[in-house]
Write a protein that binds this ligand. Structure first.
Ligand code: SF4
Length: 293
């Protein structure tokens, strides 16, 4: 097992980077969106403010948004690591990052409403573990804002209300409906993670996982790549624009992720990531930490 103090320090740095630095792909997507809007339009100025805000946050090492969100850790670990010790290191890092104001205290007891004050609690932070054969550790962190999480949706198709059947066109209708209903909430432009199939839980998990993809990547499956491109273009005809002020960019990308399902169920789960698309990765091996965004 790694030195717990060294690992905790590396995890604090992971949290700092995720909270205070938007990833380069997200910054580039915001820049492209700003440049695509008419000069001096509300949309163009809003995108410029987002970019200026993100740059200022990175320079001053302060959170990109006041809601530092739910901490979602995805941990792939080699045989030299133990889950219990990894969990302890992550919880210790969350406490330290809160103390240093990289995170707002954001974990609240669901019965009493009492804030734990340090971002730890029952099921907080959320940690998803995967054991690997090869040595080393990869920790991916996503900070998922509450406003964007609130506009996530899960559909059971067929859905007669929106005319969605059990096919890709039905999936398409669910996505358009979810993005349309998110307008005015969730801090557009969104990145839309979609879990298709699975059970209710694994479907949402698949939707969240897809949000770790780069904003501007291409799905390796040509059919899905085409569909993602079409869906992004279609969502961008809705006219919602940044923060709902109108414009030609309502979403920056749509990411599809499939699971097998039982014949009786067909879930389409949608996780909406806001413009403050905060993610970072720690690669840790032999006491050496590397970071990627
Ligand atoms: S939805 Fe995102 S950008 Fe909006 S307040 Fe929440 S974290 Fe911040």
């Amino acid at each position: 097992m790694a030195n717990q103090m060294e690992l905790k320090d590396a995890l604090v740095e992971l949290i700092r980077r995720a909270s205070t630095h938007l990833p380069p792909d997200q910054m580039a997507a915001l820049r492209r969106a700003a440049d695509s809007e008419p000069k001096e339009s509300m949309a163009q100025q809003t995108f410029e403010m987002m970019i200026a805000n993100a740059e200022a946050a990175a320079t001053s090492s302060t959170p990109t948004c006041q809601d530092t969100g739910t901490l979602l850790f995805y941990v792939d670990y080699g045989p030299e690591f133990r889950q219990r010790e990894l969990r302890e290191a992550i919880e210790a890092a969350a406490r330290e990052a809160t103390r240093r104001s990289y995170l707002r205290p954001n974990a609240v007891d669901s019965r009493s409403g009492k804030n734990s004050g340090d971002n730890t609690g029952i099921g907080a932070p959320y940690i998803h573990f995967e054991e690997e054969e090869k040595p080393g550790l990869r920790v991916r962190l996503m900070l998922k804002g509450g406003g964007s999480e609130n506009v996530g949706r899960q559909y059971t198709v067929p859905d007669s209300e929106i005319g969605a059947g059990r096919d890709l066109d039905g999936v398409r209708k669910c996505i358009i409906d979810a993005v349309f209903k998110a307008q005015g909430y969730g801090c557009a432009p969104g990145i839309i993670g979609v879990g298709i199939g699975g059970d209710r839980m694994s479907s949402f998990l698949a939707s969240k996982e897809s949000l770790f993809r780069k904003v501007d990547d291409t799905n390796p499956d040509p059919e899905l790549a085409k569909l993602e491109e079409q869906l992004t273009a279609e969502c961008n005809t809705l006219g919602i624009g940044p923060m709902g002020f109108g414009g030609s960019t309502s979403v920056l990308g749509v990411k599809l992720n499939f699971r097998h399902r039982v014949p009786a169920s067909f879930f389409v789960s949608i996780s909406y990531m806001c413009w403050a698309n905060r993610k970072a990765t720690l690669l840790y091996r032999n006491g050496t930490a590397e970071f990627e965004q």
